[in-house]
Design a protein around this ligand. Structure first.
Ligand SMILES: C[S@@+](CC[C@H](N)C(=O)[O-])C[C@H]1O[C@@H](n2cnc3c(N)ncnc32)[C@H](O)[C@@H]1O
Length: 413
């Protein structure tokens, strides 16, 4: 385990940031409150307000750091900067990459007009859980270097600049490609479409990559998503999160699912100009309140796990308690989303490893691998990495490198 400890020491570099923010003294996280919280019903039961406040402050600090480090995207509350939605990290387009990977034809889904929602993606035949439904190269690539701060972007000067940059990039595209661009929805420009409005409405950020993707852009939003996108070899890939019937719409979540309906609606209204009427948002008041409570519990559990990864004495115990609870709640509230389960189990794996509980680590990694195979594909980097962890030669050089990558991956959505 020596190598692991060395790899985990990377966490030390987190602390100056947390401490500089004066949100939470190191000892509170590493020895005190998290330890007690881990032992004392942290999660579903109830958090004391003192603990909740402390946790919130710590998580703000963590989020601040993580954003600065590009580890996690902004979550919750009013959308600022990058959030976990489509179209919120808008980059100045670089070059057309359409030629690089030719768009393939996909038969299991088709674009249909769905009334007020505009166009949407519908299953043309029954689709199995884990099935790849679309692989698509972007029409316009979006360079990593651009820090698409949304607040900054949504002011008029930035929008004009974005519009001009896009129009210039479009000149390099074929007429057909330009036609496809202008056929996309623009929810931001009443009256006539603008290039910036089309980009704000449709640009996608999926993990490490993103861009304007003409077919992927037709997936509408649901707070109970049934597809998951990922970035692989310069393309967007979409897989079904559960079995889908012919005729059913395929949707993913534009927003952080661990928020209340009011928070989700606020973000969707601001960024995408619509009121969500998905099955969760349409629940009767009491059921909606239950759904909100469950999502907030999931949020606390997720933040608790992330926090524990950067410092908890009883990491293994936290993993054993919190991860199964999260998995149960995900079954109840989010259709057992394999994407969200992968993340919870991935964090659990890191915690188990930190506590040097190899059996628990392998068990978490194996389950994370199974869910990653559904959400991201069995050949995805994430699935392969988790599989190697489940088989685990934890002393090898390669494992040390992989662990470093996994630590930052665990914080990404
Ligand atoms: C990326 S586009 C999705 C495809 C779009 N419906 C179309 O016609 O091309 C995003 C826009 O679709 C609409 N939209 C997406 N999800 C929706 C939903 N659940 N309910 C209503 N409108 C939705 C909103 O106008 C949003 O700004």
């Amino acid at each position: 385990m020596a190598r692991i400890v060395r790899a985990m020491d990377v966490r030390a570099s987190f602390w100056p940031v947390l401490e500089a923010g004066k949100y939470l003294p190191r000892e509170n996280i590493t020895t005190g409150r998290l330890h007690r919280a881990g032992c004392g019903g942290f999660g579903r039961a109830s958090l004391s307000s003192e603990w909740a406040n402390t946790l919130t402050r710590a998580c703000v600090a963590l989020a601040t750091f993580s954003r600065a480090a590009g580890i996690v995207r902004e979550r919750g509350g009013r959308p600022r900067g990058r959030v976990t939605t489509r179209g919120t990290r808008i980059f100045v387009p670089a070059k057309a990459v359409d030629e690089v990977v030719k768009e393939e034809q996909w038969k299991s889904i088709e674009v249909e007009h769905l009334g007020d929602k505009g166009f949407g993606m519908v299953a043309a035949r029954p689709i199995r859980r884990g099935e790849l439904v679309l692989r698509e190269a972007p029409l316009l690539g979006l360079p990593e270097s651009f820090d698409g701060d949304l607040e900054e972007l949504m002011n008029q000067t930035s929008l004009r600049q974005l519009d001009a940059d896009l129009r210039q990039a479009l000149e390099d595209l074929s007429e057909e490609q330009q036609r496809r661009f202008w056929s996309l929805a623009d929810s931001h420009s009443p009256g006539q479409k603008t290039a910036a409005g089309v980009a704000l409405t449709n640009a996608l950020q999926l993990g490490t990559g993103g861009g304007l993707l003409c077919r992927s852009a037709r997936f509408n939003h649901s707070c109970l998503p049934n597809v998951q996108g990922t970035w692989a070899d310069g393309c967007a890939e979409w897989r079904a999160l559960r079995d889908v019937s012919a005729g059913e719409e395929l949707c993913f979540s534009y927003v952080d699912p661990y928020q209340t309906d009011v928070q989700r609606q606020e973000t969707l209204e601001l960024l995408f100009k619509f009121k969500c009427q998905c099955p969760v948002c349409s629940l009767e008041r009491e059921a909606r309140e239950t759904s909100n409570q469950t999502r907030l519990q999931l949020r606390e559990l997720n933040e608790g796990l992330q926090l524990a990864v950067i410092g908890a004495d009883d990491a293994g115990y936290v993993a054993e308690r919190l991860v199964p609870e999260m998995l149960d709640l995900l079954d109840i509230e989010l259709g057992g989303s394999s994407a969200l389960k992968t993340k919870a189990l991935h964090l659990g794996f890191l915690l188990a490893l930190e506590s040097e509980d190899e059996d628990l680590a392998k068990n978490m990694a194996q389950k994370a691998y199974e869910h990653a195979s559904v959400a991201y594909g069995p050949n995805s980097d994430r699935a392969k990495m988790l599989q190697a962890c489940a088989e685990g030669d934890y002393e090898s050089e390669e494992f040390e490198d992989m662990l470093l990558e996994m630590q930052s991956e665990a914080f990404a959505s």
